[in-house]
Design a protein around this ligand. Structure first.
Ligand code: PEP
Length: 249
């Protein structure tokens, strides 16, 4: 039985620390039952949010982490800086790949740094619309698994430390979610490639992300192979996020 995981990626929201603490406090009241629930606030809010939700079971994630542990990397956050605050970090989000030029090799280094410092990792991957239209989805997903997850130390990248988020770029923030069948198909390809790497592919949590809402969450929760959701916009609305968590419980 794979661990189910629903995480809210707040991106560059909300705009004040007070609003972040308020949002976290409301989400901390959601009862995830047997599933893991997480939030990924902006870096600047991590410590305050962690403190505000106290003993809540909600996992706090960073949205990104650098591959080096310290040094001349303006604007970046190192894994040891968040290791005492966050349970883990997202890496490879398509917005970071797009805006900061992360490629598979860099994402692999980020994931390795996080794991080396005892952090969990949510490893994002997914194809663009152009790649899907060109029939390249399979090749893109397999390459991202091979080059992004392949280099990771198997002792560290285990089903309890590494979760994968299949996030088709065309579905993120567009209101146009993938279908459950598309998610199931992509997740199967990701697991197949994980298996080729020699990993225990069937044991890894693989989430779907891309315009998940309270209204469509049940479809993904019922989709074969999909173990959770990475949620952007809807995670800023506690009631809707609670409905998504409830769908996966
Ligand atoms: C995301 O940011 O990972 C995401 C899936 O966003 P949204 O739910 O808004 O599409």
């Amino acid at each position: 039985m794979r661990q189910r995981l629903v995480v809210g990626n707040w991106k560059m929201n909300p705009s004040t620390l007070e609003a972040a603490v308020d949002l976290a406090t409301r989400i901390a009241r959601i009862d995830g039952g047997p599933i893991d629930v997480g939030i990924a606030p902006p870096h600047v809010a991590l410590a305050r949010v962690r403190e505000a939700i106290g003993g809540s079971a909600v996992l706090v994630y960073a949205q990104d982490v650098h591959w080096e542990t310290e040094g001349a990397f303006t604007g970046q956050i190192a894994a040891p800086m968040i290791a005492g605050i966050a349970a883990g970090s997202i890496v490879g989000h398509s917005e970071v790949r797009r805006d900061q030029g992360d490629d598979d090799a860099r994402v692999a280094r980020k994931a390795a740094a996080a794991l080396a410092h005892g952090l969990r990792v949510i490893f994002c991957l997914g194809e663009s619309l152009a790649q899907r239209r060109a029939g390249e989805t399979d090749a893109v997903l397999r390459r991202q698994v091979r080059d992004g997850i392949g280099p990771l130390d198997r002792e560290r990248a285990t089903p309890s430390t590494l979760a994968i988020a299949y996030e088709p770029i065309w579905a993120i923030g567009t209101g146009e979610a993938a279908t459950a069948a598309q998610a199931t198909d992509a997740v199967a390809r990701i697991r197949d490639e994980l298996g080729r790497l020699g990993a225990a592919a069937g044991a890894f949590t693989v989430m779907y992300g891309g315009s998940v809402t309270g209204a469509n969450a049940a479809e993904f929760a019922a989709a074969e192979g999909v173990d959770g959701a990475l949620v952007g916009g809807a995670s800023l609305k506690p009631e809707e996020f609670a409905a998504i968590v409830a769908a996966f419980r």
